[in-house]
Design a protein around this ligand. Sequence first.
Ligand SMILES: NC(=O)C1=CN([C@@H]2O[C@H](COP(=O)(O)OP(=O)(O)OC[C@H]3O[C@@H](n4cnc5c(N)ncnc54)[C@H](OP(=O)(O)O)[C@@H]3O)[C@@H](O)[C@H]2O)C=CC1
Ligand SMILES: O=C(CO)COP(=O)(O)O
Length: 337
Amino acid sequence: MSKIAVLGTGSWATALSRVLIDNQNQIIMYGIDQNQIDDINVNHQNSAFFEDIILENEIKATNNLEEALRDIDYLLITIPTQFVKETLQQVKPFIKKRVTVINAAKGFDLGTNMRMSDTIRSVLDENLINPVVSLIGPSHAEEVVIRMLTTICAVSLDEKVAHDVQKLFSNDYFRVYRLTDEVGAEYGVAIKNVIAVAAGVLCGLGYGDNTKAALITRGLAEMIRYGMKKGGKLETYTGLTGVGDLIVTCSSVHSRNFQAGLEIGKTNDARTFMKNNKKTCEGIRTCQVIYEDAKKYDDIELPIINAIYNVLYNNHEPKREIQQLMKRELKIEGERY
Ligand SMILES: NC(=O)C1=CN([C@@H]2O[C@H](COP(=O)(O)OP(=O)(O)OC[C@H]3O[C@@H](n4cnc5c(N)ncnc54)[C@H](OP(=O)(O)O)[C@@H]3O)[C@@H](O)[C@H]2O)C=CC1
Ligand SMILES: O=C(CO)COP(=O)(O)O
């Protein structure tokens, strides 16, 4: 039995805590929302995220970080990317013995635009942590929490640690693969959020399955083009952290990125959406990071990412952007890499 501190009391924290409890581990969730903490401890529910689901008594939560981190073997990061760095700065003084840090967040740090594994290494003392592992892939919390069959990747530069995390989480409904292409996988799961916003916009405008297939395929081409520029491997983008996560996020009603796009497509008003949205939706910020970074490379084109950037940040009408995409110079498909 291992002891795991789970950062966050949100949907992914809850679903992964259940997997870990099913695998006979000891977990404690750390949260900042007293209502969520009380709901978990007293009612054995996390009704802010999952109505009608009764959690195991062994799933406990606290707002005391020191207590959560005492004698842990693993630290699981399940909070949105924009809070990861500041939370790890609070975590740092309480890491007294060597732990394995498992990242489950998808996107980039707010201030530095660093990937999550780099962010973790930049904050925590590398003498006190094993090589970082990211647990990422096509996995909506709403399905994992009810034990629907799911596959995901444990990604680390160190295959031994990835193997250890693979064994920690795998069971008869949750199958973990291991992978060493950290750069490729972390870019893949970040980029898919941007394409998922675009999928929602298309759906909000009333487009159908042909359009979605076109978006996923051409979105994958952009993921490969940009992701390989950043050092990712082609085979990673044809795997779970690439096309796998792209498919699930672009086609599921559970996706908050898809839902954001849906609202924008329906209202034609990205600005109001972005001002009022309180839900986790990392694709909006990731779009900006990639758009800015991609300007460095004059030999790759990212027309879909540019179009969604224009909708989100330049107040362009989605329909106008779609027309521009359709009217681009005609191409040979194989030129995408
Ligand atoms: N949900 C999913 O299906 C999946 C999510 N992920 C990734 O997991 C990460 C977390 O997302 P998810 O669980 O969905 O997000 P949710 O919005 O469901 O929950 C986020 C939780 O984090 C809490 N939180 C915010 N800031 C802090 C902080 N500083 N310290 C501790 N807790 C904090 C929030 O509290 P409060 O409510 O008070 O703000 C909330 O409980 C994201 O990067 C996401 O991409 C990956 C795969 C699947
Ligand atoms: O990453 C996810 C599924 O793999 C969750 O996506 P959303 O953040 O869009 O809900």
